[in-house]
Design a protein around this ligand. Structure first.
Ligand SMILES: NC(=O)c1ccc[n+]([C@@H]2O[C@H](COP(=O)([O-])OP(=O)(O)OC[C@H]3O[C@@H](n4cnc5c(N)ncnc54)[C@H](OP(=O)(O)O)[C@@H]3O)[C@@H](O)[C@H]2O)c1
Length: 197
């Protein structure tokens, strides 16, 4: 596994692609997981353009640029398994999103005390990016799905969260193993449930 030091920095992305390419020795990349994300605790009254741009850059522009940069390696993997249906074994982009980006679920998830508006907006945009990638890369044989990891005990999720990182990661691994054409361009939760856009 390779970790990108800054998923919004073109030089850092280029370096990561080069490292991965050298490691793969021509084999192609079967799975790109865009996990980096930030959240700021702003509400409708105090959110400003700086925060919006900052959060959007990390949560949307980053995954878009990283996906573009890794596309040739993903395509290589897809081409090597051209007869196989879409799957994470063949080639896939998985964007770690959030139920907070689901417009349909907002009336249920909205908390006036924790609005995190820039985060919500950015994850809704990431969901749209995922849908566009799914449509655009389908014929290349690359599956694209957004995954909500659940409410997890991390710096972002806090100790009060419901899931341990292990529970969330195990669930996500199970979901990744089950992805097919049917799940191309949708938002799925860590437990395999589909979340409406
Ligand atoms: N935790 C939850 O309950 C929850 C719920 C729904 C969705 N998510 C999503 O799950 C993903 C992981 O979140 P988390 O809970 O692990 O959050 P976290 O504890 O705040 O960790 C975020 C991670 O993203 C990295 N990161 C941030 N900006 C980056 C950049 N520009 N380039 C490279 N790495 C960057 C951070 O690296 P540094 O430490 O080096 O800054 C850190 O490792 C995020 O996309 C988040 O939106 C989390």
């Amino acid at each position: 596994m390779f970790v990108l030091t800054d998923a919004t920095n073109p030089d850092s992305i280029k370096k990561a692609v080069k490292n991965v390419e050298e490691h793969l020795e021509g084999a192609g990349l079967n799975l790109l997981l865009n996990n980096a994300g930030i959240m700021s605790h702003v509400n409708l009254d105090n959110v400003d353009s700086e925060d919006m741009i900052n959060v959007f850059k990390t949560n949307v522009v980053g995954p878009m640029q990283v996906s573009q940069a890794f596309y040739p390696l993903l395509k290589e993997s897809a081409d090597a398994r051209s007869q196989e249906p879409l799957s994470c074994k063949k080639a896939a982009v998985v964007n770690i999103s959030s139920v907070l980006g689901s417009i349909e679920r907002t009336s249920v998830t909205y908390d006036p005390a924790k609005q995190v508006v820039s985060y919500r907006i950015s994850k809704a945009a990431l969901n749209m990016l995922t849908k566009c990638q799914a449509e655009g890369y389908r014929t290349d044989g690359i599956l694209c799905t957004a995954v909500h990891p659940g409410w997890v005990k991390t710096d972002m999720g806090t100790e009060g969260a419901l899931l341990t990182t292990e529970q969330s990661a195990n669930g996500i691994l199970k979901v990744l193993g089950s992805l097919t054409e049917k799940e191309n361009g949708i938002l799925m939760a860590w437990d395999g449930k589909v979340i409406p856009w």
